[in-house]
Design a protein around this ligand. Structure first.
Ligand SMILES: Cc1cc2nc3c(=O)[nH]c(=O)nc-3n(C[C@H](O)[C@H](O)[C@H](O)COP(=O)(O)OP(=O)(O)OC[C@H]3O[C@@H](n4cnc5c(N)ncnc54)[C@H](O)[C@@H]3O)c2cc1C
Length: 427
């Protein structure tokens, strides 16, 4: 009997038709005897929610199950504006009723185990769900081993704010509590990292807050990179808007953070120690932990995929999208995750029907807002090349020497982009 999918799933109806886990996980053969093909999507962020929705839209009789522990998703894009006091966190939050209304079965649990041989996942409450195809979009987790002294407890004192929600609010609170004349340090890891330009957008918007409320303060960027995305645009804007309020120590100047001491809020680099008033430490990242449990990550900490189908190169019938996959030239962004989610849905529908998947061409755009009414963007197109995505012709970056009207227009476009992508993803 197929799952009922026309309303939000409660704990009771979530397990309807699903085997409670005993000693073993249910087998897919049982599933196929009961119903049409089932696709389970793990993670209801930009990639997973877009994929689940696209699957159901592409094939209405497909069973699509989205598993996500949070009833409300809090978006990272635009969370830098929350940190700067320009926006409420509620404007960042989206529920799953829209997906449920379209026939996606939404289960409010985390996946704890994946058994690829049995093609089954196990959720926190001990329910086993068989799948024909599994999509993983768990986003990132932190590579704490790479930064001695930093762990989850340390993030309570030196927030990363690299997953939106409580961490975003904590960093905001620390900025509000800081006295005028204080120093805010932002420690930035090397790539690959979630949304490479976002730390610099954050530095800009914090500078905007300080300029308007605590003008004697400074922003210190400690950077594990020498160059970064849209650098000339950022540096031009910093000079124009913030004078010498933002100071950046690049990799070759000793900017790479080697360890931290949360008890004294000290940041240690190869060339010296810093004890800022507010320490925003963004650790290095890797694919969300569940991808590792699935056996889908390689030595890089990310998931190698076939970029045509997004199927894992390591585990059959598991597809990985969004920040967790090894995308090559495509940046780890909400735009990319959403585009990958849709392309992956199309590939899965074709694979299930026995048709060859189409080669995707993905489009992404990344806006940066460096002050209210001052934005710029980078747009790119990407296609599979070998095992990764490579950028192809048709991309565009905002000109460095642009009039303020263009910057204002791009800031307004950024807001429209956010409304469009969140409506498109969550309904
Ligand atoms: C400060 C900041 C600003 C950004 N700004 C932009 C921007 O302007 N534009 C842009 O395009 N991108 C931006 N990004 C990047 C963007 O947020 C990510 O690239 C995007 O969210 C990736 O989507 P995803 O689906 O891979 O992961 P996510 O959106 O993080 O979703 C992952 C989901 O998986 C769930 N999950 C994890 N493990 C499990 C499990 N075991 N079981 C079930 N569920 C699980 C999580 O709860 C989460 O909801 C920004 C990022 C940051 C940090």
């Amino acid at each position: 009997m197929p799952l009922m999918t026309m309303r939000p799933v409660t704990r009771r109806n979530a397990v309807f038709g699903i085997t409670m886990a005993a000693a073993t996980l249910a087998r897919p053969a049982l599933l196929r005897a009961q119903s049409t093909a089932r696709v389970v999507v793990v993670g209801g962020g930009f990639g997973g929610a877009a994929c689940a929705r696209a699957l159901k839209r592409a094939q209405a009789d497909l069973q699509v199950i989205l598993i996500e522990p949070n009833a409300v998703f809090t978006s990272c894009p635009f969370s830098n504006e929350v940190i700067a006091g320009l926006r409420d966190i509620e404007a960042q939050q989206f529920g799953y009723d829209g997906l449920a209304a379209e026939g996606v079965t939404v289960i409010g649990q985390a996946v704890t185990t994946i058994a690829p041989q049995q093609r089954s996942v196990l959720t926190t409450d001990g329910v086993a769900l068989p799948y024909d195809r599994l999509v993983l979009s768990p986003g990132i987790d932190f590579h704490y081993e790479a930064l001695p002294g930093y762990d989850e407890a340390a993030s309570g004192k030196m927030p990363h704010a690299w997953k939106a929600g409580a961490q975003t609010l904590l960093l905001r609170k620390q900025l509000e509590a800081m006295a005028d004349g204080g120093v805010v340090a932002i420690a930035i890891p090397a790539n690959p990292s979630r949304c490479p330009p976002a730390p610099y957008e954050r530095a800009s918007l914090i500078a905007h807050y300080l300029k308007t409320k605590k003008p004697r303060s400074k922003v210190l960027i400690l950077d594990a990179k020498d160059s970064f995305s849209q650098q000339r645009l950022f540096e031009r804007a910093w000079k124009e808007l913030y004078g010498d309020m933002i100071e950046r120590v690049a990799l070759s100047q000793g900017g790479r953070v080697t360890s931290v001491d949360p008890s004294t809020r000290t940041i240690i680099t190869e060339f010296g120690n810093y004890t800022p008033d507010v320490a925003n430490v963004i650790p290095a990242q890797r694919a969300g932990r569940i991808a590792e449990i699935a056996g889908a990550i390689d030595a890089t900490g990310w998931c190698p995929i076939d970029p045509v189908t997004f199927e894992s190169r390591l585990v059959p019938n598991i597809h990985v999208i969004g920040d967790a996959c090894l995308g090559g030239g495509i940046p780890k962004s909400a735009s990319a995750a959403s585009a990958q989610g849709k392309a992956c849905a199309s590939a899965i529908v074709n694979l299930i029907a026995g048709r060859p998947p189409e080669t995707p061409r993905l489009t992404g755009i990344c806006y940066n807002t460096v002050a209210p009414g001052y934005g710029f963007s980078l747009a790119g197109n990407y296609q599979p090349r070998g095992d990764i995505f490579a950028e192809v012709e048709g991309g565009a970056t905002s000109p460095v020497d642009a009039p303020r009207e263009l910057r204002a227009r791009e800031a307004a476009e950024a807001e429209r982009w956010f409304q469009t992508i969140t409506a498109d993803t969550f309904g």
